[in-house]
Design a protein around this ligand. Structure first.
Ligand code: E4P
Length: 216
């Protein structure tokens, strides 16, 4: 399963990229707002800090299809690595259809149901992003939504890739990988939690201590 970073923070991007952990960076308007920098500057910084294999996701703000298409074209023109995010609304699907037909990679985001995912795929979206953690937050099981979409896409031979978004902890990551989710996007904190293990720390410290006993 591919891992994407869900952050626009340049330190997080650089760290995750240098670890070889990620092949994509996802943003949304909230994530961009945390950086206190202009949207264009944030995107340029992320693109400059990463290699040509990294996809960078940026979301439109318009609520009508015409506005989303205009914004999407402008965002996509910045780099061939850009993926345009549109919301899982009727207007978003209209925009996804047009932008996809122009060869622009589109992610239908804020997906909360299997039916939205089916429509996103039919509209030509390259990616669909179900929000796992936010469903958990309201007492539903976000992982079940991803499993449903996985089952449907497999049964129908749909090639749209599933990006599990709103991933909150390593157990989400493990379960998503087991069910064959294509991609999980997560904050840097979760990537750090994935690598952290006190046994590894203890083992490394023990090796260093024992090395002191080796005659020099
Ligand atoms: C994807 O890019 C989503 O915007 C993101 O994963 C939302 O995550 P949150 O629920 O932690 O804000």
């Amino acid at each position: 399963m591919k891992i994407f970073l869900d952050s626009a923070n340049i330190n997080d991007v650089t760290n995750a990229y240098n670890m070889g952990a990620i092949t994509g960076v996802t943003t949304n308007p909230t994530i961009i707002s945390r950086e206190n920098k202009k949207f264009d500057d944030v995107l340029a910084e992320i693109l400059a800090a990463t290699g040509p294999e990294i996809l960078v996701f940026a979301e439109v703000l318009a609520l009508d299809a015409e506005g989303m298409i205009k914004e999407g074209r402008a965002i996509a023109a910045k780099s061939s690595n850009i993926v345009v995010k549109v919301p899982a609304l009727a207007e978003g699907l209209k925009a996804a259809k047009v932008l996809s037909s122009e060869g622009i990679k589109v992610c239908v985001t804020v997906c909360y149901s299997p039916t939205q995912a089916i429509l996103a795929a039919n509209a030509g979206a390259t990616f669909v992003a179900p929000f796992v953690g936010r469903l958990d937050d309201i007492g539903e099981n976000g992982l079940n939504l991803v499993q449903d979409i996985r089952d449907i896409f497999d049964a129908q031979g749909i090639e749209t890739q599933i990006i599990a978004a709103s991933v909150r902890h390593p157990i989400h990551v493990i379960e998503l990988a087991k069910m064959g989710c294509d991609i999980a996007t997560m904050p840097f904190k979760v990537i750090q939690q994935m690598i952290a293990n006190p046994n590894t720390d203890r083992a490394v410290a023990g090796f260093l201590k024992d090395w002191e006993k080796v005659p020099k």
